[in-house]
Design a protein around this ligand. Sequence first.
Ligand SMILES: *Cc1c(COP(=O)(O)O)cnc(C)c1O
Length: 355
Amino acid sequence: METTLNNVAIEKVKNSKIHDVDFDNLSFGSVYTDHMLVCDYKDGKWMAPKIVPYQPITLDPSAKIFHYGQSIFEGMKAYKDEDGKVWLFRPLENFKRFNKSAERLAIPELPESHFMDGLLALINLESDWVPQNPGSSLYIRPFMFASGKGFHASPANEYKFIIACAPSGSYFSGKVKVLIEETYSRAANGGVGYAKAGGNYAGQFYPTKLAAEKGYQQVIWTDDNTHEFIEEAGAMNVFVRINDTLMTAPTSDRILDGITRKSILDIANDMGIKTEVRKISVHELVEAANNGTLKEMFGAGTAAVVSPISGFGYHGKDYELPEVTNSYADQLKKRITDIQYNRAEDKFGWRYPVE
Ligand SMILES: *Cc1c(COP(=O)(O)O)cnc(C)c1O
């Protein structure tokens, strides 16, 4: 059946899969909704986006994504409130960052209307798939890659933009023990670290596997030049609390400008928590851990919101963080999720209705 929503053409599935899904036992990002948004770039322009049944994609073996890795993505969520109304969180920030990533990977930028109209039409159509259980949400994965052919090492002339969605349960996996990385780097000066480029994550897997073999669940990335300053926690931004000051590293071309990161900074400032955006040295962390002033460390990102860290390893030694009551991590997570799920006033204007 062909219809349109928000000017986006829709080809609907004949039979929905929704009744096969156990919404009480969702893991993260492994069940997909009935439909996806697809948009092609060819002959120098982006075609109209359309919604089609979720399905595999056929690509030529010479498609440049396979050889030269022109591939970027975003991660966002749709939240259902108590009344069943669906909300997004700062979606224009994702759109802007998507195009920043596109520019860096020499992928043609996408018009705002293609992203926003397509996204809203898709989430509207899939609104029954947005779970309502506490902590659960519809994870949304916009991505874009070189589908054009050719073994020549140059940007492709054809691309695909797709949005796929996965109903997901709460991401909380307990506190993680992290290893401060002294050998490998996630990103380098002048590189692509600030872009959500697929290759950044491919490059993280091996050092993360080595850390896992030593008993650490995550890596704390340090600057590539000296390995003396902490930059990110796995694929999340990193926060540190020393005494009562909350700190995070300044963004740079090595650090992903996280939407959760900047929302946390705004909320913390609004709550009267002292914040500092500055370089944080490993030396300072070790000293604070030794003298008892290191109170908390956590990662921040859309998937987990905040991911508390139990301790870190550095130079073959483990440092444990104390159990703190009323932690900043818990308070900030509550504040931000209360806004996302429409349980609290949204004084920053971050909620975005899907209608
Ligand atoms: C996506 C991502 C983040 C978090 O960004 P959010 O907008 O908060 O989801 C942080 N660091 C890296 C490396 C990321 O890929």
